[in-house]
Write a protein that binds this ligand. Structure first.
Ligand SMILES: [Zn+2]
Length: 255
């Protein structure tokens, strides 16, 4: 067997072993029906822990809180999965959401990632290796752009939102979700923070931006129309393992 084939083979084997271990670990969580994953329909006593968070991870479709909330927002609030036909660009595509979109006949679907944030357990290989701050598509191409947990990792996030605005058709919308600290008035980025300081701010994640209350205003400054989101309070958030304070920002390009 050639070296690269060996590598792919051993990676696939490793993934299979990881999945077996995950399914064994998930058995106690499957003994009950308190919570439900809206994406795959699985029921659990509680979702599995993920990093520092309890009640977070669906071992069947690999969804986290943000994916379940994004799915419900797309399906019910935006009627994303229904006609008319739409062209969609998804950055850092998550396997659970990608699976629901790829099979939909009303969606022409493209995925993109610059591969620096690839997490084997959650994301899938993209159609295009491309950064969100340099999108290789013409102006006014897409009806919808999805970027969940992407802006927070981009050095010049306003360059990224300008690019998303550019490739959206007039009347089209972007779906943005990032970690936001609602006790922070103003967003900041500070490359000089030590590892310990980052740990205190955001549990040590290697993110570039510390978003605060001005998150929506920063999108409005790029020309987007953005409404405040209270949808998480209107759904059975406890059942779906979603915080009532969860927010997704739907940013529309003006007609
Ligand atoms: Zn699931």
């Amino acid at each position: 067997m050639k070296p690269y084939a060996q590598l792919i083979h051993s990676q696939a084997l490793l993934n299979r072993l990881r999945n077996v271990r995950l399914q064994v670990r998930s058995i106690p969580y499957r003994m009950g029906g308190n919570v439900e994953c809206p994406i795959c329909g699985s029921h659990y006593k509680a979702f599995m822990p993920f990093r520092y968070r309890q009640n977070a991870y669906c071992p069947s479709c690999k969804s986290l809180e943000r994916h379940r909330y994004a799915y419900l927002t797309l399906r019910d609030r935006l009627e994303f999965y229904k006609a008319p036909l739409k062209k969609v660009l998804h950055f850092a595509p998550d396997s659970c959401l990608t699976a629901t979109i790829r099979k939909n006949r009303f969606i022409e679907y493209l995925t993109a990632d610059n591969m620096t944030s690839f997490t084997n357990s959650i994301t899938v290989m993209p159609d295009h290796v491309m950064s969100i701050d340099a999108i290789a598509f013409e102006d006014n191409t897409f009806d919808v752009v999805i970027a969940i947990g992407v802006l927070v990792m981009v050095p010049e996030d306003t360059k990224a939102t300008r690019e998303v605005y550019r490739v959206l058709k007039p009347g089209g919308y972007a779906v943005f979700h990032d970690p936001i600290n609602y006790s922070l008035a103003k967003t900041f980025s500070d490359a000089s923070l030590t590892k310990e300081e980052k740990q205190g701010l955001y549990h040590g994640h290697d993110q570039r931006w510390y978003y605060g209350l001005d998150y929506a205003d920063r999108l409005r400054a790029q020309g987007f129309e953005v409404e405040d989101d209270t949808y998480a309070q209107q759904i059975d958030n406890k059942r779906y393992g979603i915080s009532p304070n969860e927010k997704i920002y739907i940013a529309r390009k003006k007609e």
